[in-house]
Write a protein that binds this ligand. Sequence first.
Ligand code: HEC
Length: 95
Amino acid sequence: MTSLLSIPPVSADESIDRRQLEHLLLQDCGSCHGLRLTGGLGPAITPEALAGKPRDSLIATVTHGRPGTAMPGWNALLNDGEITWLVDRLLQGNP
Ligand code: HEC
């Protein structure tokens, strides 16, 4: 029968390559938000810093960027599932 051992904890979407997204989070997002995402050119995007911010607006920020700031939109590079995964990852904390 089916095994219960391999249920993915964060997302059920198997098309998401988590290792690649984790790499992107640290390399690309980290280049502005800091290696530990605690802030640099961009603000801290740790769970503490993002507490109380609506998930939808964070997803919109990552998707489209923030015009007039250095924050680029990522929709050319990432699909909706990947962006949602990243935002949920930020809200939950990056181990
Ligand atoms: C070129 C620099 C740069 C890169 C690369 C970058 N960001 Fe940003 N980001 C910013 C800046 C600057 C802001 C603040 C915009 C503002 O002033 O509203 C920001 C804002 C944000 C916010 C909103 C924070 C808040 O408090 O509302 C989130 C979430 C975010 N970035 C996530 C990401 C993610 C995820 C990535 C990688 C996929 C990324 N950023 C890559 C510069 C960057």
